[in-house]
Design a protein around this ligand. Sequence first.
Ligand code: SAH
Length: 376
Amino acid sequence: MKSLAELLQQSAFSEADLLRLLKTSDPAQCQALYAEAFRRTTLVHGNTIYFRGLIEISNICVYDCRYCGIRKGNAAARRYTLSMDEILEAARYALKAGYGSVALQSGERNDPKFIDFIEEICAAIHDMSVKEFGIAQGCGMTLSFGEQTPQTYERWAAAAGNRNALRYLLRIETSNQKLFARLHSGQGKAQKTYAARLQALADLRNAGYQVGTGVMIGIPGQTEEDLVRDILTFRELDVDMLGMGPYLVSHGGAMIDEGMMQKDALLRLTRNMLSTTRLALPTVNIAAATALETLQTGARSLGVLSGCNVMMPNVTPQRTRASYQLYDNKQGTEAEPDSNVMLEAELIAKTGRKIGRHLLGSSVHFRSRQEGSKQN
Ligand code: SAH
């Protein structure tokens, strides 16, 4: 059997290699894996971490994903939707701080009123970034509003303005279809299917978005083999960006009885997954998820040290932060945006990386695909 040191010399990895990397358990070997992922991130992406100011627009959701605390069936969730003014204030805060991009997320709705509202928000933020902040093409925008129709993706893309920095995050959650079905077998008629999720990712690509996906790590019933197949699926989908974080039990969800992994093991598995993915997909952007921070304070810096090159500081107004509770004990709900931003700067400083200010921060993967298509 190959040694870990031999594996870490390779640039192409078989399924068996990826499983070996993912299963690394000896602490010194884990450190070697993370260090190699960090080194390769530097080679391809430089020393910069891109920031996106995350705005959690609403926790109203018409779906019932069993893992999620803001699922429709959670009667205890206090529902909110930010006003246009609040959203613009949050976006202004992010742009002032020099983040070249904002990320907008919410529970999922497909009704015309919601679609119109998001369209207006995209247009207003674009307008503000050009007129108030002098960003010629407009700031970067990442949308994360679940599965929508191709027409809706097109409308939002047009409103967001800057097609060179237009992104959408839609996680596949897991590539194990049986597990996917179990996660999405809640009450109500509107349920998710894996096929529809893949179709949505294809529609997003057609509409010109930089496509981001990802999975939860450590879902009850998920195996290491599943995680390796997740990585192979990311590659098949030719994604530009990834967001992956630990699965954390939610008391508003419907999976409390199934528990969650023990924290140390979950942190190791998450870091192993981030590093193994980085080795397999060197050119994509990988975000250090907020869920990582919830697992252990400061753990997003461990994400950076394991191969992540994006962070999404939460700039949602404090009034509603605690209500966007996808999982228990979400971090940063007490803090004002200012102290969060300071915390993030500290986290980055610890890793030796620099914050990329006033940059759009598209992935090398996306940029080289664009270059390729220009040549053809
Ligand atoms: N409605 C949108 C965005 C909100 S959910 C959508 O579904 O895309 C954003 C992500 O939060 C989900 O993709 C999921 O991976 C993650 N999430 C939800 N519940 C979680 C939990 N209990 N633990 C960890 N991550 C969770």
